[in-house]
Design a protein around this ligand. Sequence first.
Ligand code: BDP
Length: 681
Amino acid sequence: MPAVAGRDLRPPLPPRGRALPTAKMAAGASGGGVARGVVGGCRLLLLLALGRAAAPPGGMLYPRETPSRERKELGGLWSFRADFSPGRDAGFVHRWYRQPLRQTGPVIDMPVPASFNDITQDPSLENYIGWVWYEKEVLLPLRWLQDDLNTRVVLRFGSAHYYSIVWVNGVQVVEHEGGHLPFEADISSIVQGSPGIPCRITVALNNTLTPHTLPPGSIQYMNDKTRYPKNYFVQNIRFDFFNYAGIHRPVVLYTTPSVYIDDITVTTTSSESVAMVQYQVSVVGSTLYSLSLSLRDQEGKVVATGDGPAGELKVLNPKLWWPYLMHENPGYRYSLEVKMQAQANGVLLEDVYTLPVGIRTVHVTSTQFLINGKPFYFHGVNKHEDADIRGKGLDWSLVVKDFNLLRWLGANSFRTSHYPYAEEIMDLCDAYGIVVIDECPGVGIKMPESFGNKSLQHHLVVMEELIRRDKNRPSVVMWSVANEPASELPPAAYYFKTVIAHTKALDPSRPVTFVTDANYALDRGAPYVDVICVNSYFSWYHDPGHLEVIPLQLTTQFENWYKTYQKPIIQSEYGADSVPGLHSDPPLMFSEEYQKAMLREYHSIFDKKKKEYVIGELIWNFADFMTNQGTTRVLGNKKGIFTRQRQPKSAAFVLRERYWKIANESSCLPPITKSHTLFLK
Ligand code: BDP
């Protein structure tokens, strides 16, 4: 990783308006100066300089079809144009959003959702940094536009990397900072004037990372003319996955009545025989409305009813939401139907939204993680949203395959390393009982300036957006605010104290953590977490090749952390690269045997310490994934127990034996058989 931390290497921004011969992404590039600019980014810099932006007000309910709401998918082919102009700003100078994109210059077809990087044979697109433009023309159903005062039409993006500006018919409707999280715009007033005419959606996306974005990064201009062409620059990042960009998740249009249910918040408490579901509903568009709620079980039977914007539903003999392998019927969810009625413009408007609700509790003691009062041991994985060709684009086939592999493996949990995953993935976690540590994109926070006020304010907004999106999910049992930050730096203390306090204030019902690889005695964020999540790579990055040091070093690691904090500990990463098909006995690094042997050494210590205060183990990584190019990466990171194409390496079988054994030992169920459980759902 580039050694920029701690030194101000800032040269003035090179003059723009000249050719940028090649933009390459690089981690560890050297030879030039670090500029804090955004590529094509005067506009973005201005926006970022405005200081604390609150998360956009209002809710972010997942767009579901209900009797009062329709939904239209905008996936498929969009027109696409990367702005290769010298300053990456031709799109703004020439206002590409004011006309069909094809009239501005050459466009190509681009699938949505998908990353744009791996779609063509063009290396300059694979490594492109700056503004890219997407466009789609859509015909809206006439019925959406007829009663123009009473139907609200909303354009919603599941996520786009990283800075987005959206226009509809040339009118700007929304801007959003950050990938991985949804944003939307009410476009009713724009589309309702022109029934029958296609509506043109234009999106400008900028994937530049700066010290104040999440994740952070920096643009480095290589000024040594003897070594680099004129205006050569690289995007430096301090994280280990390819910085894919594009419209990554579904884009939809959906309708609501003009008075509508904007947000619902649900929390649950329970004892064996009775559960309480506390709810809060917000309605927008009128102050004169009535609300009625009914909670149905999976047979459709109403088990509780309520009314008004806030209250409590009492459920007798509740069926609790249980993790996979902890109960014969994991992932049980009730349906909360919320009905709103209001008078507007002389007509009765009704909005209906149905929210799946899992009843479960989470508690942390000094040695345990309790779900529904029972000790829960995380035997799971870390993942990435990553696949060949589509990059980070949502792909249903891949998503379902991954869940089948997780269940085959006997994994009961994963961490959304290192950013929030698609809502569609989270829905399946809720449904299958896969427990989630929900991580925000706070990865690679290493530079001192990334701990400043500007970064902190943005981090708080991202946590607001994440919690707004995922607060009602029973699968989410803990928030992770960062991965491997430079938490030993002095400003990290205030930074993490603030981010964690804010997260807890937003959601008092869940514990909060961040994932550390800092020394236990130096870490300044650990005092504020509820659970210690620690990453270590003994025999890999430390003492490479020396498997025999693992037991001692891992034991010392756990004991040091526990004696300092008396908090339960999760081994949130451990792993070794293996090239599938590469064999060596005795085990040598990068062979499948080495990966297996490393697992066994770690497992022997987990088995001892899980009797005390170790509450989980998450392998790094579920599958191989793409990274920047570098001398330690062979077409990406190979620490997967599955290949990138989801074929098992030998280590997958070792882990499978272990996870099923743990599940059988800790389950209150009759012995679980692998095949039986796989087909439970
Ligand atoms: C860890 C990081 C993870 C990397 C992993 C590795 O948290 O993102 O991919 O190292 O190097 O420190 O394989």
